[in-house]
Design a protein around this ligand. Structure first.
Ligand SMILES: *Cc1c(COP(=O)(O)O)cnc(C)c1O
Length: 421
């Protein structure tokens, strides 16, 4: 249930007809549903109750400040991976004590920003980072609360570019060296060890890798406690997958994920944090595009859209599947045709789908890419000098533009001419 449904033969976002938004902002554009964001956030809080917990939304999946404010107002924490994301969380009114800072390459400037502005914890990923954070905290006369991200060496069974929990990945410290690294953290000034962090990858479609990882975290909690460390918080990362192809995907539900957490680490008396991104934002957004041409090629037909790989890069970058549906509801048993669905960018990589069976559509028709809320707008670029497309947030029967499409003047004015030209 994602609140993007046909009503009276027209695709709606909640109670707003998609063609009304298209008429107001032009195509292509992203549109997000407040009700879906809210529902997904609550699925997690309900799944973790009654354990003490904080659901920290992974900002990198969808970082528009209006979306962050929607979730922040519900009580969500935020997981940030850069100074920019930290400032977005703050701009959305989320207090520092609900912001966790993740990432393998935090700079000293980023550490200073977060220590000055307020932070719940840093998830530290290496020994050099531990030393840098200690120095920065001491220089500011403050104490940095930390967890250390351990790499549990489990196979997340997901796309190789988004698997993060194998020992050959760049993330975290090997779990086998945890005792040594925690001992060093305890010795360093300016740091306060409060817990353990783990995140094994994204778009996981089975619970079993989580189970393996969390059992290792539970063992490690007991071991570190026996070595004298105070472990009161477990950050279990994000990564729960979503159904991208409605016809055949059935990833695990948040309730089952919550039950797994209770079973594996629920008896340790720790506060639980999780960092879901995609499961909250993915199905809360669609990308709406217009058919520019229907081109009949040799042996195949192309649907050429006004959206391209620079707007939604997942298909060309990860070979990802997105369901594509017409905005005008096709009649039952309407004829279909196989299309290669492509954008206007000058690269063969600019292909959204090959040989996709779609209801007949014509020039000027609107189509929607489902499940485009996560890793959509945030990964967009202006390749081919195509302006970043607008983002729209729907709430019941009204909508607002939450990021405008830049004008060509704004884009061109960012380039400056050196004095010798
Ligand atoms: C990307 C990331 C997440 C979110 O992953 P999803 O698959 O979107 O849930 C959470 N934590 C960390 C550290 C990440 O890098």
């Amino acid at each position: 249930m994602d609140h993007f449904l046909y009503k009276n033969g027209v695709l709606h976002a909640e109670d707003v007809a998609i063609p009304d938004i298209a008429a107001a902002v032009g195509t292509p554009f992203y549109v997000y549903s407040t009700a879906t964001l809210t529902r997904h956030y609550h699925l997690f809080t309900e799944a973790l109750s009654p354990l003490p917990h904080l659901v920290c939304f992974a900002i990198k999946s969808l970082s528009n400040v209006a979306v962050l404010k929607t979730l922040g107002n519900l009580g969500a924490g935020m997981d940030v991976v850069s100074a920019g994301e930290y400032l977005r969380a703050k701009a959305a009114g989320v207090p520092g004590d609900r912001i966790v800072f993740s990432g393998v390459g935090k700079t000293r400037d980023e550490m200073r920003l977060a220590l000055t502005g307020g932070i719940r914890q840093f998830n530290v990923e290496s020994e050099p980072e531990l030393r840098a954070l200690s120095e920065v905290a001491v220089s500011l006369g403050v104490t940095a609360p930390i967890t250390i991200r351990v790499n549990p060496d489990v196979d997340a069974k997901t796309h190789e570019k988004i698997a993060t929990g194998k020992k050959e990945n760049k993330f975290g410290i090997p779990i086998s060296r945890a005792s040594e690294v925690y001992a060093e953290a305890a010795r360093l000034p300016g740091l306060q060890v409060i817990g353990i962090d783990v995140h094994i990858g994204s778009q996981l479609t089975e619970l079993e890798p989580f189970e393996q990882a969390y059992l290792k975290v539970a063992d490690l909690t007991r071991r570190l406690r026996s070595e004298g460390h105070t472990i009161t918080r477990l950050d279990l990362g994000g990564g729960l997958g979503i159904p991208y192809a409605r016809s055949n995907d059935a990833p695990p539900l948040p309730t089952d994920y919550g039950a797994l957490i209770k079973r594996t680490v629920g008896d340790l008396g720790c506060e639980i944090e999780i960092e879901p991104g995609r499961l909250i934002s993915g199905n809360a957004g669609i990308l709406v595009s217009k058919v520019i041409y229907v081109k009949n090629g040799e042996g195949r037909d192309f649907l050429i859209l006004d959206a391209a790989m620079n707007d939604l890069v997942r298909p060309s970058m990860y070979g990802a599947h997105h369901d594509i549906i017409p905005v005008a509801e096709p009649p039952v048993a309407a004829p279909t045709q196989e299309f290669d669905v492509v954008g206007p960018v000058c690269e063969t990589g600019d292909t959204f789908a090959k040989g996709r069976d779609l209801p007949l559509v014509a020039e000027g028709d609107l189509v929607a890419f489902r499940s485009a809320g996560a890793y959509g707008a945030v990964m967009a670029s202006e390749y081919n000098t195509r302006p970043l497309i607008p983002e729209v947030l729907v709430h019941g029967d009204h909508f607002a533009v939450i990021r405008e499409r830049p004008t060509f003047d704004e884009i061109l004015n960012r380039d400056t001419i050196p004095p010798w030209l």
